[in-house]
Write a protein that binds this ligand. Structure first.
Ligand SMILES: [Zn+2]
Length: 281
């Protein structure tokens, strides 16, 4: 079946990952700007990075027939440096003109410091000024609940349309507070810690699949892009139809991302799918 991987850090992955993803049905990925593993010192380093993900990375993905889109932002860890962040923010609007840039992300919080909160708010304002979609990273592990609550508080100060905001890395203890305010919710699957494919399927069963985006961890740390396919198999194993799987793993990413018309991939119409498919994926 065809799959969209809505959160993928391609620059940290190999060409073989693109090839194997193409062989397992992935037709499009979207790459948020993220932390490089070290704190960058110069605004120009971010600008070069934005060029890499908006100009070069689409050509790598295209080798395997995969469409590549991206987001630009200063990630929450480096947002602690407010002076540097503001220099980068000034340069970001030029990237909104590029044909594969979908919006501002991933912004958010890491340790929820005052500096991080200020830069997060400035990103949100920039997104509103330029009518951009927003992708938000919530902190991991013990910082998750506090950080998610703080993010929701800050968003309440802005006239954002919740339908244009995706709050990612949700888990059992944060999904409800995100859904209650009408935002899109994301689950990120990891091979070792954090959310597993089985836990993600449990959450879909409890909370439904509306305004839900599932992605697999795919970065330079312990991660595995193919946990997404594992999740598709687990979802189908539980008796969900191919049509339902397409809604979660293909049509939902289209519904959210195509709010930016540059993401011109159409919904898959369920009546065209043969339910007697022998393979679950
Ligand atoms: Zn990420």
């Amino acid at each position: 079946m065809q799959i969209i991987q809505p959160h993928y850090h391609g620059i940290a992955r190999t060409a073989q990952d693109y090839e194997r993803m193409a062989m397992s049905g992935v037709v499009a990925v979207a790459e948020p700007a993220f932390w490089a593993g070290f704190d960058r010192k110069y605004p120009e380093t971010f600008i070069d990075y934005f060029h890499q993900i908006s100009d070069f990375e689409p050509t790598r993905a295209a080798e395997y027939g995969i469409r590549h889109f991206c987001w630009v932002a200063v990630n929450p860890k480096e947002a602690e440096n407010t002076e540097l962040s503001r220099e980068v923010l000034k340069e970001m609007p030029q990237f909104f003109e590029k044909p594969t840039v979908l919006g501002i992300g991933e912004i958010g919080l890491h340790k929820s410091t005052p500096n991080e909160c200020e830069i997060f708010a400035e990103h949100v304002q920039l997104a509103l000024d330029h009518d951009q979609l927003i992708l938000i990273h919530t902190p991991h592990l013990e910082d998750k609940v506090t950080g998610t609550k703080r993010i929701l508080e800050i968003l309440r100060d802005f006239p954002v349309d919740p339908d244009r905001v995706w709050i990612d890395h949700a888990e059992e203890h944060t999904i409800k507070m995100i859904q209650d305010e009408g935002y899109w919710t994301g689950f990120t699957l990891y091979p070792i810690t954090k959310c597993s494919p089985k836990r993600a399927c449990d959450m879909v069963e409890i909370y439904g699949h509306e305004r839900l985006l599932i992605n697999s961890s795919a970065d330079w740390g312990p991660s595995d892009p193919f946990t997404l396919q594992e999740c598709v198999v687990e979802y189908r194993r539980r008796g969900n139809s191919l049509q339902q799987a397409i809604e979660v793993f293909y049509n939902n990413p289209v519904r959210f991302l195509a709010q930016n018309p540059k993401f011109d991939i159409p919904l898959v119409r369920v009546e065209e799918i043969h339910e007697d498919s022998a393979s679950p994926v």
